[in-house]
Design a protein around this ligand. Structure first.
Ligand SMILES: [Zn+2]
Length: 112
């Protein structure tokens, strides 16, 4: 006996939950939604566009690779003040301008 659509959907949800998948609600403005829809299609010319959730998941993975690479690079440096290896999260000299903990986050933040 084959499963109904509702049963298939329930089975899919159970599989996704078992795999640790979670639904995440995003609030995007109309410009972001338009960019998302445009780029889902633009990145696959002549082919079926990326699904929005697939596209966002790929962006997260792409950014994760950039973050890892960025931290690999900065971890070769040390704070000029306290000598701790970067990134310095907390440090007794963090109130001092020369300590990386002060402004270093500008090197790791997301920028456009
Ligand atoms: Zn420091």
């Amino acid at each position: 006996m084959s499963m109904s659509a509702a049963e298939r959907k329930a089975a899919q949800r159970a599989r996704q939950a078992a795999a640790g998948e979670q639904k995440l609600e995003l609030v995007l403005d109309s410009q972001e939604l338009a960019m998302l829809a445009h780029n889902c299609a633009a990145r696959r010319p002549g082919r079926e566009p990326y699904d929005a959730a697939e596209y966002i998941a790929l962006l997260i993975r792409q950014d994760d690779a950039r973050v890892r690479s960025r931290f690999r690079v900065i971890s070769k440096r040390k704070c000029g003040k306290c000598g701790d290896r970067l990134p310095v999260r907390d440090c007794p000299c963090k109130g001092e301008a020369a300590c990386w903990a002060n402004r270093g986050w500008h090197e790791t933040k997301l920028t456009l």
